[in-house]
Design a protein around this ligand. Structure first.
Ligand code: MTE
Ligand code: MO
Length: 450
């Protein structure tokens, strides 16, 4: 407490503890936010990593957006086709909860910012390692939030590079996160338990903030003393000379919570059809009304936006089915003459939006595999579209996806012809697969190529 700036009249620097005066800061405030993030960011990380497995990145080069990942792909697994809403859930959760946690992350960073300037910058080897882990943690979480938000809001701002940026960023973040959780969880739990005890006993750290004190959550709104419910004198996050409170600590939690709730309520609608979609005020896809009728559901990229011309999809169009039996070329009329099957499945995009089930109708992929020379146990398939440029013109599907009876080369949706923007004359639809693998404007299927 004998820091020169507290005694002299020169204005304090950020490196002086007395520079930071908000009475809201304190170990307990930080601990509560930290525990929310421990649960929240763990779930967001896990759903993000799981969603990446859905791309089948280890299946074929076309699906592989992180070819240099090495052992970081240790956890990849064969993506199932059940439950059919799996990707809709994992990716919807990842994006929606990730966005809703932004205010909590910012509040948490704000709550510990005095520590960033604390002197001396490094006290010991252990302290140095801890600070490096914080760099990974803070840099990582901000990087993931910024790249994630830009990708879902601005629609592929980083052509081709979003996946490596977000994937490697995730591992940097996770390294810092694991170290931080291991180091700080015991302290955070202590701070919270201690705070509860004091609140119950109605005990205050009398005199800490003098006249500015009021019981936390009290009606006066005059706030709480810095050390009151956060560990008292040993609280290294509390200001040594707190300013008059403008908001109680409970009020500060309410502001953060309201911010999160606002983001949640304006985002979650992008995972549903109907009126709920219109509540997704922050989603660019929420603003575009896909119109009514059988084809009236979300469109990711229109045919025009990727250079697919209507003329190429009509009379001259043929599907080539390729395999050990050679190449079979089919017109749309011939495809419609094959056994038709129906599958009720959603479209779920990496951007976090999804549709409710649509009723797709067309030819089973496994029936097409039989035509190509695989009457039993078909292998995976390489799918090509009419589209000449862009990231998602081709895709590879695994054998379990081809074998599932709900996997279709869809020709119709909701009782009508596919519209051009939804992939006319034919598109892939596979249960539980991410939108990117539901290739539109399909022109060639090569069975056994993957
Ligand atoms: N040929 C082609 N197919 C494609 C795409 C594309 O860019 N080109 N986008 C994919 C993506 S990212 C999604 S989310 C779905 C969206 O399908 P929809 O526009 O019918 O909703 O189509 C997929 N199929
Ligand atoms: Mo997508």
């Amino acid at each position: 407490m004998d820091h020169p700036s507290l005694l002299s009249k020169t204005p304090p620097l950020p490196t002086d503890p007395g520079f930071w005066r908000s009475p809201v800061r304190g170990v307990r405030f930080t601990a509560v936010l930290g525990l929310v993030l421990l649960v929240g960011l763990t779930l967001v990380s896990v759903t993000g990593l799981i969603s990446y497995a859905a791309y089948n990145p280890d299946l074929a080069a076309v699906n592989n957006k992180t070819p240099d990942r090495g052992w970081l792909g240790f956890y990849l697994f064969d993506w199932p086709t059940d439950p059919y809403w799996l990707y809709r859930l994992t990716q919807g959760f990842h994006v929606t909860v990730g966005i809703a946690l932004i205010p909590v992350v910012l509040a948490k960073l704000w709550s510990v910012i005095p520590r960033l300037f604390a002197l001396p910058p490094v006290r010991s080897l252990a302290h140095a390692l801890e600070r490096i882990s914080l760099l990974l943690l803070v840099g990582g979480v901000l990087f993931e939030l910024v790249t994630g938000v830009l990708n879902v809001q601005l629609d592929y701002l980083f052509p081709g590079s979003f996946y490596p940026l977000h994937f490697y960023g995730a591992w940097v973040f996770l390294a810092g996160f694991v170290a931080h959780v291991a180091l700080k969880t015991p302290k955070a739990l202590r701070a919270i338990r201690g705070g509860e005890l004091r609140t119950k006993e109605g005990e205050g750290a009398a005199g800490v903030a003098g006249a500015h004190r009021a019981p936390d959550g009290g009606s006066g709104g005059s706030g709480v003393g810095a050390g009151a419910d956060s560990g008292g004198e040993g609280d290294e996050l509390a200001s040594p000379r707190p300013a008059a409170a403008t908001v109680s600590r409970r009020g500060a939690f309410a502001v953060v919570g309201a911010g999160s709730l606002f983001l949640l309520l304006t985002t979650v609608g992008r995972s549903f059809d109907g009126p709920l979609r219109r509540t997704a005020l922050l989603a660019p896809h929420g603003w575009e009304d896909p119109g009514g009728g059988p084809n009236g559901f979300q469109i990711n990229k229109t045919a025009a936006s990727v250079g697919v011309r209507a003329a190429d999809t009509t009379d001259g169009w043929r599907l080539t089915v390729s395999g050990p039996a050679g190449d079979v070329r089919l017109s749309r009329a011939q495809l419609l003459a094959l056994p038709q099957h129906t599958a009720d499945l959603p479209i779920a995009c990496v951007e976090g939006w999804s549709t409710s089930n649509q009723s797709w109708r067309g030819v089973r992929l496994r029936d097409l595999a039989a035509l190509a020379g695989y009457p039993d146990d078909p292998p995976g398939v390489f799918v090509e579209s009419l589209q000449l440029r862009g990231s998602f013109r081709t895709g590879a599907l695994r054998d379990n996806q081809v074998r599932d009876g709900r996997s279709l080369l869809a020709l119709r949706v909701n009782g009508e012809e596919l519209s051009l923007d939804h992939g006319f004359p034919a598109r892939i639809i596979v249960p539980a697969a991410p939108g990117v693998l539901n290739t539109k404007w399909v022109t060639k299927l090569t069975f056994g190529a993957v």
